[in-house]
Design a protein around this ligand. Sequence first.
Ligand SMILES: [Zn+2]
Ligand SMILES: [Zn+2]
Length: 135
Amino acid sequence: MNTTNRTLDWFFRGIASAPSFTACWIWGGRPTRDGYGTFGKATRAHRRAYELAVGPIPKGLVIDHLCETRLCVNPLHLRATTQRHNVLRSVRTMPNVNAGKTHCPSGHPYDEANTYHRPAGGRDCRACSRRKRAA
Ligand SMILES: [Zn+2]
Ligand SMILES: [Zn+2]
């Protein structure tokens, strides 16, 4: 008996909806408390999907959803990454973290006189910009 084919067969039966090859493949069955699909007792469906499509997940890496849909098991939407990167990605979506900083990396104050507000958002230290231009 071919274990790989059997696993693939089980796997594809677990997908509740896959409108196209590139769309999110939504895993059926009951999700875990934190919203991931499960394959068998202990395996997360998206991790299984990655293993089936790409190969073993390197030690220490987690599988990140590029589409941010936890129930999605489309290997095209999955990427092996470090936990740290995953955390940083969620931080990015929080309100501008830098807005809380009162000084630039060189220690100049972010006050009205020294702060250049970029039209596209964000800000620069005028003292540092001047120094960069002079250099
Ligand atoms: Zn997806
Ligand atoms: Zn500065």
